[in-house]
Design a protein around this ligand. Structure first.
Ligand code: COA
Length: 173
């Protein structure tokens, strides 16, 4: 394990400062970002190929893959490819939410103001201002439409404890 990965592991384990650990690995982050999980797993083996804008949330189980491991097979079939690698960058814009257990593959650019649904596999660019879901992830609606639809369903409980939320939300369902 190289010195950067060792330092990142220390930051993650001891300080629980995920963003600092990811930055040590080489991930480029903007301001006010948040992610759940171990940066060593989430950002894979080429964290320096990942560029993330401002106000981006990556939830639990998200993985960003920046290399084509499938060359494993080609390397065995053709000895001239023994040292072959394909590494592709991943760019995520500003104000993006990535749902649970989503995989983002190399070469992808996700625009600004984007929502990626839980369990998606993002293998193509997602344009700004869209909600995209599925395997492979495809835009299904604009974020504007999503907001218009959700506006009447929200309650102002963000930041409250789980117990406080229970008292309020249990009146709803
Ligand atoms: C993407 C998301 C925001 C969309 O919410 P929504 O606007 O209420 O979506 P809708 O219920 O209107 O669904 C629209 C269509 O997309 C489909 N869809 C919604 N989310 C999907 C998903 N994650 N994967 C695949 N299809 C999905 C629905 O089945 C529906 O399809 P249909 O029109 O064929 O019936 C939401 O489904 C989601 O995945 N949220 C992320 C949850 C999460 O990861 N939370 C982490 C907490 S830390």
């Amino acid at each position: 394990m190289n010195i950067r990965r060792l330092a990142a592991r220390g930051f993650h384990a001891i300080l629980r400062n995920n963003i600092a650990a990811a930055k040590i690995l080489g991930v480029t982050f903007g301001k006010n970002c948040k992610f759940i999980g171990n940066p060593l797993e989430l950002f894979g083996s080429e964290p320096w190929a990942i560029h993330i804008g401002d106000h981006v949330e990556l939830t639990n189980g998200v993985q960003i893959i920046t290399h084509d491991g499938a060359l494993w097979v080609a390397r065995s079939l053709d000895k001239t490819l023994e040292k072959a690698d394909i590494i592709q960058k991943v760019t995520i814009g500003n104000n993006v939410f990535v749902g649970t257990n989503t995989t983002i593959l190399g070469g992808v650019t996700i625009g600004d103001n984007v929502i990626i649904g839980a369990g998606s596999v993002v293998n193509k660019d997602i344009p700004s201002g869209f909600v995209a879901v599925g395997v492979p992830a495809k835009p299904i609606k604009t974020v504007e439409a999503y907001l218009a639809d959700k506006r009447d369903s929200v309650l102002d409980t963000k930041g409250m404890s789980s117990r406080q939320k229970q008292q309020i939300w249990s009146k709803v369902f």
